[in-house]
Design a binder for this molecule. Structure first.
Ligand SMILES: NC(=O)c1ccc[n+]([C@@H]2O[C@H](COP(=O)([O-])OP(=O)(O)OC[C@H]3O[C@@H](n4cnc5c(N)ncnc54)[C@H](O)[C@@H]3O)[C@@H](O)[C@H]2O)c1
Ligand SMILES: O=P(O)(O)OC[C@H](O)CO
Length: 352
């Protein structure tokens, strides 16, 4: 089938109207006709009548539908803004209506598992790279879409909604995906950079969440800015090693989607991942925190997956390993910190 080259006259689709989906849909609606997908009829009704979703305002020109086929029919470009936990289910719902001419750009900063029907992270003995999927890999595995991209960078949705200046990275192996992402999203307040290392950019957004949880814990313990600087720099080195082991480039971690997002998320009380760490340090259990959070903190699941992967691959990642013990093995945060302070990091930068 011939690939289409011109998207200019078509509507743009957004799948998922949570915090990030709403922010991106509003930004897209400044220049484009936008249709959003929501799975619940009452949410679609709310958007189409009062132009809000969960209290957040949507541009009145945005229309909503509960029908994936309608979105795929009207839009050649779809932005998937779904947490990693629901991603596979949503992609499978859309798969029958997607064609190779569709462009898909996702904004998800989490990982999925590629295990057999009867397997889980608890039962699997070893977790190989082929069993860990980024969201672009999920899309490629489940659909006929070819031109896939991701959106990652320091993009706290509350700030985007306020119209504060920001920037993002659109990454794809296909230049036209980057160019379309830039054409659709770029504005005076929003800069869009391109990167061809989609895996590296996805992994940057995924891995910074681990360090953001740890940063929230440091803040919750009141340990100050020197400790945070230490964590961010060691966190960056750990991200580089993990990203390389999972197939990303060093350069992507050094860019906006890596160090840029790492600094933002490690410093923001609006970050859900930072908040998880902060509340843990204040004495709440992980179960208590997750039961009272409306939105997803992707880093929690990422720690589980990355910890299982590094144990199989024989890689050391001391921040991730210690955070895993805190989150899932009841290690007190103060003990984890002591371990990190004693860890023999003797070389400052060992990856360039
Ligand atoms: N919020 C931010 O500031 C921000 C910024 C950048 C990236 N992200 C990433 O974007 C992703 C989404 O985050 P969010 O903040 O929008 O999350 P959210 O929890 O606010 O919203 C998620 C949306 O996905 C929908 N959804 C979930 N499972 C679904 C399913 N099975 N079928 C259909 N819809 C489903 C929910 O109904 C909701 O509308 C995450 O991976 C996050 O890391 C978020
Ligand atoms: O709220 P968080 O922790 O998911 O962070 C949101 C974005 O990833 C920041 O860029």
């Amino acid at each position: 089938m011939a690939l289409k080259n011109s998207f200019k006259s078509k509507k743009v689709g957004v799948v998922g109207v949570g915090s990030f989906g709403t922010a991106i849909a509003n930004m897209l609606a400044e220049k484009n006709e936008v249709v959003v997908f929501a799975r619940k009829e009452e949410v679609v009704e709310e958007i189409n009548t009062v132009h809000t979703v969960s209290g957040r305002e949507l541009n009145p020109a945005i229309r909503a539908t509960v029908d994936p086929s309608e979105l795929c029919r009207h839009c050649d470009i779809l932005f998937f803004m779904i947490p990693s936990t629901g991603f596979l289910e949503v992609v499978r719902n859309f798969a029958p209506f997607l064609y190779p001419y569709h462009i898909i750009i996702h904004g998800t900063k989490g990982l999925a598992l590629n295990l057999g029907e009867s397997e889980s992270l608890e039962t699997v003995q070893k977790l190989k790279r082929s069993q860990v999927l980024t969201m672009s890999e999920v899309i490629m595995q489940e659909t006929v879409a070819i031109r896939v991209g991701c959106l990652a960078g320091p993009n706290i949705s509350k700030e985007l909604i306020l119209g504060n200046p920001a920037a993002t990275v659109v990454a794809s192996k296909y230049n036209e995906v980057i160019l379309e992402g830039q054409r659709l999203l770029r504005s005076e307040r929003f800069q869009v950079y391109g990167n061809s290392d989609i895996i590296g950019v996805e992994l940057s957004g995924v891995l910074k969440n681990i360090i953001a949880i740890a940063s929230g814990a440091l803040a919750g313990l009141g340990l100050g800015e020197n400790a945070k600087g230490l964590l961010i720099s060691r966190g960056m080195v750990e991200m580089v090693h993990l990203s390389k082991a999972l197939g990303g480039s060093v350069q992507s971690v050094m860019g906006l989607a890596g160090i840029g997002d790492l600094v933002t998320t490690c410093n923001s009380v609006d970050s859900r991942n930072f908040t998880v760490g902060f509340r843990l340090a204040k004495g709440e259990t992980l179960d208590q925190i997750l039961a009272t959070m409306d939105e997803v903190a992707e880093g929690v699941n990422t720690v589980r997956i990355v910890d299982a992967f590094i144990k199989t691959a024989g890689i050391r990642a001391p921040i991730t390993e210690n955070l895993h013990r805190v989150l899932f093995e009841d290690l007190p945060i103060s003990d984890a910190l002591q371990f990190l302070m004693k860890y023999p990091f003797s070389v400052d930068v060992d990856f360039v």
